[in-house]
Write a protein that binds this ligand. Structure first.
Ligand SMILES: O=C(CO)[C@@H](O)[C@H](O)COP(=O)(O)O
Ligand SMILES: [Fe+2]
Length: 216
């Protein structure tokens, strides 16, 4: 069963608790986009907001770190209540160490690749991660268009998982809506992050249902 992870980047930040409650019954993770104004041009939220939303939901908080030097913040995000922490390969010269650090802190560890980064750059640590996040847009903003050339990477990750019996989930992030969602699931994606396709809609339940039914 494909999992849905609404990205709160497109939610109303003045009432995040209510926004999460609105989607909670129909989804699997809450996706939290952390941006530092260095790794990506945008600045969003830090551990304080994660701590504030933690009591508002029992769903796993899926924290996507789009920051430089993520190793300096892993502990703070785990203490704030993050369940899954994903770091960008492009931001981590010592990727293996950061992945171990996340796991040692007690969270699930994910690795993220940008649209221009090949799967080969993360192959050596695929046996160590709980999640691989394939960016299907360039990170930094919600509401961008899906980049089709990322789809073969989803397929390659699914193949490698079968071949080596790896256990990671494949998550995709960016430009998810009807059509692109099915393309990714057919390629092997297990978790779909969706921001604007859910939170920019008046009826979020209907929006989630429509993504789910597009997968059949
Ligand atoms: O990490 C990011 C963007 O950098 C995403 O999680 C976005 O929040 C997805 O937004 P949509 O493309 O679904 O509107
Ligand atoms: Fe994200």
């Amino acid at each position: 069963m494909t999992k849905i992870a609404p990205s709160i980047l497109s939610a109303d930040f003045s009432k995040l608790g209510d926004e999460i409650k609105d989607v909670e019954p129909d989804v699997d993770y809450i996706h939290v986009d952390v941006m530092d104004g260095h790794f990506v041009p945008n600045i969003t939220i830090g551990p304080l907001i994660v701590e504030a939303i933690r009591p508002k939901t029992s769903l796993p908080l899926d924290v996507h770190l789009m920051i430089e030097n993520p190793e300096n913040y892993v502990k703070a995000f785990v203490e704030a209540g993050a369940d899954i922490i994903s770091v960008h390969q492009e931001a981590c010269p010592h990727l293996h160490r950061v992945i171990q650090q996340i796991k040692n802190e007690g969270a699930k560890a994910g690795v993220v690749i940008n649209p221009a980064t090949p799967v080969s750059h993360i192959e050596p640590i695929l046996g160590d991660v709980d999640l691989v996040l394939v960016m299907t847009v360039n990170p930094g903003f919600g509401g961008q268009s899906f980049i089709e050339s990322t789809v073969p990477k989803i397929k390659a990750l699914d193949e490698l998982r079968k071949q080596h019996n790896y256990k990671y989930e494949i998550e995709i992030d960016g430009g998810v809506k009807k059509g692109t969602a099915k393309t990714c699931v057919d390629a092997g994606a297990d978790v779909l992050v969706a921001g604007s396709a859910i939170f920019n809609q008046d009826n979020r339940q209907k929006a989630i249902k429509s993504i789910k039914s597009s997968l059949k």
